[in-house]
Design a protein around this ligand. Structure first.
Ligand code: 5GP
Ligand code: MN
Length: 328
């Protein structure tokens, strides 16, 4: 066993120890929770409940409404602020690469703080850090804990885990898709996931505003660096005109990375809720390993995976494009 594998195995044992010895838990994730974040939260909460533990999920009020594609998921034991007995709880961060990605500052000094994630640039901010880079999604790590704890998957848990798996693997199309991801999918389907119904819920049944927003994004498409960089911009006015929510831009970037010749796709979104000055949320995707977009994102205070990363910046669109262009 390599040294790294031994570290990961030890961390897994530490997590299992924390689960077995704790009575009360608090489970959180990153801001603007995505499918993997929500699926992992729900599954972890169910695992803890099945083991007779008290657990609450805390999601900050500014993260609501959740993206419409995830609203069918039921969040049991949800709170929007940490409970009064916080010091008595084991705090678990799921799918969160660094502390700054969680807006609830009250949790940042928690002890014990269990950090379960699959981002290679995770800052190891926990007292226990269980970071499995090879896992396609955090849901895959949580799924493994179910087996280890001998807890059976209900169809609701299987659906939650499937949401994490299917969204973080880009519907089993990204390079993080492994035999294990497919084995997990097989087990989840056996436990009751209706694949077609889940696809329809996550990727279809979209409000028309989402399609209007996509039209506006595609109309803004520009290619740079001999077609290696594809950029689309969505302004606050685009969202207003389309009657779309922030989260309706999810998926737009996949159209940019689908273009022949594109190495890096970039979506720049003007954030609607800004106090002073315009803030831009930048999403980056790479089509191969030639450019590590998480490194670009880190230069701007963000992070992510080598082929999918993001950051928020006060820079204007021209400066943002120039900065990424220089790296492509
Ligand atoms: P998206 O472009 O879909 O918002 O995010 C793609 C990936 O980049 C996600 O895996 C997410 O973890 C990461 N990411 C996006 N925004 C940020 C950010 O502001 N900070 C960090 N550390 N990671 C981000
Ligand atoms: Mn994830």
């Amino acid at each position: 066993m390599s040294e790294l594998a031994a570290v990961v195995r030890d961390a897994r044992n530490e997590v299992l120890g924390a689960i077995r010895s704790g009575d009360r838990f608090l489970v959180v994730t990153h801001e603007h929770p995505d499918g993997d974040a929500l699926g992992s939260l729900i599954a972890m909460q169910a695992l803890l409940s099945a083991l007779g533990k008290d657990s609450v999920i805390v999601i900050s009020p500014e993260d609501f409404p959740l993206p419409h594609e995830y609203r069918f998921l039921s969040l049991d034991g949800l709170a929007t602020s940490p409970p009064a007995d916080l010091p008595l709880r084991t705090v678990m961060f799921l799918d969160c690469g660094n502390l700054d990605r969680n807006p609830l500052a009250a949790l940042h000094g928690a002890d014990p703080l269990v950090n379960i994630d699959h981002h290679h640039d995770n800052t190891l901010f926990g007292s226990i850090n269980y970071v499995v880079e090879e896992a396609s999604c955090t849901a895959e790590i949580v799924w493994d804990l179910f087996a280890e704890c001998g807890v059976e998957l209900t169809s609701e848990v299987a659906e939650a885990l499937y949401v994490g798996l299917v969204t973080d693997t880009g519907r089993f199309s990204y390079e993080n898709t492994t035999p294990r991801s497919h084995a997990m999918a097989g087990e989840l389907i056996a436990a009751g996931v209706d694949v077609a119904a889940m696809y329809r819920r996550i990727y279809e049944e979209a409000p028309v505003g989402k399609l209007t927003l996509l039209c506006r994004a595609l109309a803004s498409l520009e290619l740079f660096a001999d077609g290696r960089l594809a950029v689309a911009i969505l302004t606050a006015a685009d969202f207003t005109h389309a009657g779309a929510e922030d989260s309706d831009s999810e998926g737009v970037i996949d159209h940019l990375r689908a273009l022949a010749g594109v190495k890096v796709a970039m979506l720049i979104r003007e954030l609607s809720s800004n106090g002073g000055g315009t803030q831009h949320k930048v999403s980056l995707r790479a089509t191969d390993n030639d450019v590590d977009v998480s490194a670009i994102a880190r230069q701007h205070g963000g992070g992510g995976h080598r082929r999918a990363a993001g950051f928020t910046s006060g820079l204007g669109t021209v400066e943002l494009i120039d900065a990424v262009r220089a790296q492509v």
